[in-house]
Design a protein around this ligand. Structure first.
Ligand code: CMP
Length: 139
């Protein structure tokens, strides 16, 4: 069993697709082990995306991520990191396959609706960033 962090970004929440994103996870048998809605401060967004701090898009990305509420979830399942990335589609929606979340809803490389951890180490860091142990359901 593996865990990953999923975020429905401010553009996804604004587009009213929270339910559609969650439906796609549940249809695949992915379990939601934790979930909450919140709005990040600039400092919190910078901490979350610290690996990108030298990138030219860092300031714009962290501004965007604080621009409205987000939904953060811990997803659980076999190979869920890869499965979630498959469901999301490529970071750049122009490269995303048909039927993926980003192909259907993203409008921009930055405003790409969802985030998902890319490896077990990043998943562990990202889950801890938003949830303590007591907030994650054990099965
Ligand atoms: P995400 O999966 O959340 O990880 C980093 C984010 O940076 C990415 O999705 C995009 O929203 C954003 N981003 C903005 N510009 C770029 C870029 N040129 N390359 C990659 N990611 C970018």
């Amino acid at each position: 069993m593996e865990r990953t962090l999923s975020i429905i970004k401010p553009d996804g929440v604004a587009k009213n697709v929270i339910g559609d994103v969650i439906r796609r996870f549940e249809t695949k048998g992915i379990k939601i082990a934790a979930m909450k809605m919140l709005q990040l401060t600039k400092t919190q967004a910078q901490g979350f995306y610290a690996v990108h701090k030298e990138r030219p898009f860092f300031n714009s990305l962290t501004d965007f991520m604080t621009s409205g509420p987000i939904v953060v979830m811990v997803l659980e399942g076999e190979d869920v990191i890869a499965e979630n990335r498959e469901l999301m589609g490529a970071t750049n929606f122009k490269d995303a396959k048909e039927g993926t979340i980003r192909k259907d809803y993203a409008t921009d490389i930055e405003k790409n609706v969802v985030h998902g951890s890319d490896a077990p180490e990043t998943a562990a860091f990202e889950i801890k960033y938003f949830f303590n142990d007591l907030e994650i359901q054990k099965r």
